[in-house]
Design a protein around this ligand. Structure first.
Ligand code: FMN
Length: 219
């Protein structure tokens, strides 16, 4: 191996430098080849949280290979293969949706004259059931919800409960829980979808080194 060119005056230091360089580049190459995977899992009754999940996923794509699925599609295999898990759900009854609140949402959509449309995956399992069943896998995670525009202490925030349940399963929450807001008619406020994309980008950039190190430690 020839001495790396360290510039004028550095010829005595190559002995120190060459054992470090290959080690550094090996780690860097491993990171480049592996490609980090993020899994975005959402529950959505009327489509708002699905739209936010899709935009968060788009933002994450700058740094991750991303799969975005409703709870029903979030298999144990997908969860186990994810280096970063991102989970989101609508706020119901000041907290995370439940079987009862999901039934209420479905009944509201079924009422005659209702303009509410159920999402294709609305009647699958909810986030709460899924979180009870995913087992104790651990790893980095981030959470979000959709909720009515207003003080969080009055509206509640589903993301808090999601974070709590994920922590119980060994996950480490790597970003502050994020809410995306709807108006009183239940449609997303202007700009929330693009804010979700930006949040995804920021989350991707901010979490990548931590997630890479956690993934390397597990392999
Ligand atoms: C049964 C039910 C209960 C709700 N309770 C709350 C609540 O307590 N706080 C709140 O901010 N929003 C509440 N909402 C509004 C939803 O959080 C909001 O419309 C959300 O964006 C719906 O997401 P989705 O379209 O993905 O289902 C409730 C909606 C339903 C259907």
């Amino acid at each position: 191996m020839s001495a790396p060119d360290l510039g004028p005056g550095d010829h005595g230091r190559w002995l120190l430098a060459w054992p470090i360089r290959p080690l550094f580049s090996w780690r860097q190459r491993l990171r480049d080849v592996i490609g980090m995977r993020a899994l975005v899992v959402y529950e959505s009754m009327y489509g708002n949280t699905r739209l936010i999940a899709s935009n968060v996923a788009d933002g994450l794509r700058a740094d991750y290979e991303v799969t975005v699925v409703p709870v029903a599609g979030a298999t144990a295999e997908l969860v186990a293969g994810a280096d970063l898990l991102v989970a989101g759900a609508p706020t119901h009854m000041h907290g995370l949706s439940s079987t009862a609140s999901r039934q209420q949402a479905a009944q509201a959509a079924a009422r005659e004259g209702s303009k509410l449309r159920l999402d294709p995956d609305a009647e699958g399992p909810g986030m709460q059931d899924w979180l009870q069943e995913i087992g104790h896998l651990g790893g980095p995670a981030a959470v979000f919800d959709t909720r009515v525009n207003g003080l969080a202490m009055l509206t509640g925030r589903a993301s808090r409960r999601i974070a709590k349940l994920l922590k119980r399963r060994g996950y480490r929450i790597v970003a502050a829980p994020q809410s995306f807001l709807v108006c009183s008619h239940g449609t997303l406020l202007d700009g929330e979808a693009s804010w979700a994309r930006r949040w995804g980008m920021t989350l991707g950039a901010a979490s990548k080194t931590y997630v890479q190190n956690a993934a390397e430690a597990r392999r």
